[in-house]
Design a protein around this ligand. Structure first.
Ligand code: CAA
Length: 396
């Protein structure tokens, strides 16, 4: 192994069965659809079916990686989420069971709003650096929910990204210098008694931009790669316009002014998937990375990308990665596109019904209807236990 050549060897994503076109939302709210399509930069949002949740999406994303590589070297599963399904048991343990991963494995869940996917990645790099023969499966999975009729409603979404972290990775080598930032603020949070987040929308945007500056300056101080040597940029995307604002802010901090064409070249391809999936909290930055790799028409081999991760509350990190030669052969761009296109559009009334159907947290038993076509489904809650099962029963 070459020293410090550790990073993302494979990446895969999953999303929900349903989608809501933001035109539906705009029409029912009496809002010009331009506010959503252009103003916040979102066209659709993924919406979970009754028998889907963070576990079913996470397991689907991880299954593609395990099917492709086997699981023999996976000794750690890190599951990042802010939509946890149990106060004690890690959601990754359900995934471990569904995918029949090796027993000699550690599995934990990480939380810090949308940031914890990046924490999981950094912890995975540390584990692999100490044990280069081991692989770490990182899963980031979330359902972004705001109150009906609130201003955050148009920035919901659902999705999971799984990544295999290894030595000598085929996609991205993560560079060691990283810029960190934490500040105790209340821009977005979710108390135990709510199934949707509370947010101070405008303050959250300025808290995000402050964090861009804090993390970037730390990276600079610690001798990280200069911004002039970065070819592409990926940001946490609560909505794609936020990434555009963050990019302009970062460039201004570095004393640069980019024209529209250059800005589109550096950022545009990373926005494609997120624009259609919506906010996926912990997975959002990595969905942006996948979007960039799938959608950039240039050959990115040898290019450097900068990644900015933000989790309200607030913790942020700015770091860089090098795209590896041959990366395209690892991607599944047409499968990813087919997965998005297969979602079933919802009418507004049905979307509202699904939103109001609170995932029961009072101990009431329930069984879910069979809706999802994903590999795994939530069958319901029986005797206080969440029951998951393969969607297509396995043949003996
Ligand atoms: N055509 C085109 N553009 C239009 C338009 C039209 N007809 N009408 C309005 N717009 C533009 C506005 O000018 C504005 O653009 P600029 O910001 O560039 O000026 C944009 O559409 C949005 O309009 P408003 O500011 O009026 O929107 P709002 O106040 O109703 O809601 C929001 C915006 C505050 C972001 C809200 O969606 C929200 O609270 N979202 C959730 C919080 C969030 O995502 N915060 C981001 C940072 S926190 C984070 O990143 C963590 C996380 O994941 C949550």
């Amino acid at each position: 192994m070459t020293e410090n050549k550790i990073g993302i060897d494979d990446i895969s994503f999953a999303t929900s069965h349903h989608l809501l076109d933001l035109r539906e939302l705009a029409e029912h709210q009496g809002v010009d659809v331009g506010k959503y399509y252009v103003g916040i930069g979102q066209s659709q949002m993924s919406v979970l079916a009754e028998d889907e949740d963070i576990v079913t999406m996470g397991a689907e994303a991880a299954k593609r990686i395990v099917d492709a590589h086997g699981a023999d070297k996976i000794r750690t599963v890190l599951f990042a989420t802010e939509s946890g399904v149990d106060q004690s048991k890690a959601a990754g343990v359900y995934v471990h069971g569904l995918l029949d991963l090796p027993r000699n494995c550690r599995v934990v869940e990480l939380k810090q709003a949308c940031y914890s996917g990046t924490a999981a990645l950094q912890f995975a790099l540390g584990i692999v650096s100490r044990n280069p023969d081991e692989q770490v499966l990182v899963i980031a999975s979330d359902s972004a929910r705001y109150a009906l009729d609130s201003s955050g409603e148009s920035t919901q979404g659902a999705g999971a990204v799984a990544m295999l972290v290894t030595a000598d990775p085929r996609l991205l080598v993560i560079e060691p210098t990283t810029g960190l930032y934490t500040r105790d603020v209340h821009d977005f949070w979710r108390p135990h008694y709510l199934s949707h987040a509370l947010v101070d929308g405008k303050f959250s945007m300025s808290a995000y931009l402050d964090a861009v500056e804090g993390a970037y300056r730390d990276h600079e101080t610690r001798g990280g790669q200069p911004i002039q040597e970065v070819d592409r940029f990926c940001y946490h995307q609560p909505f794609t316009k936020m990434a555009i604002k963050a990019h302009a802010h970062l460039q201004a901090l570095a004393g640069r002014v980019l024209d529209r064409e250059e800005s589109q070249r550096q950022l545009g391809p990373s926005l494609e998937l997120n624009r259609r999936v919506g906010n996926t909290y912990t997975a959002s930055l990595f969905l942006g990375v996948l979007s960039l790799l799938n959608h950039d028409s240039a050959d990115l081999a040898g290019s450097r990308m900068a990644l900015f991760s933000y989790g309200s509350g607030a913790v942020a990190e700015y770091f860089t990665a090098l795209v590896q030669p041959g990366y395209r052969s690892v991607l599944r761009a047409s499968e990813d596109e087919a997965r998005l296109a297969a979602r079933t559009p919802l009418e507004y009334a049905r979307y509202r019904e699904l939103h109001e159907r609170v995932d029961l947290v009072d101990g009431t038993e329930f069984a879910t209807p069979r809706v999802t076509a994903a590999p795994f489904r939530l069958a319901g809650v029986h005797e206080d236990v969440r029951r998951y099962e393969p969607t297509r029963p396995t043949t003996p």
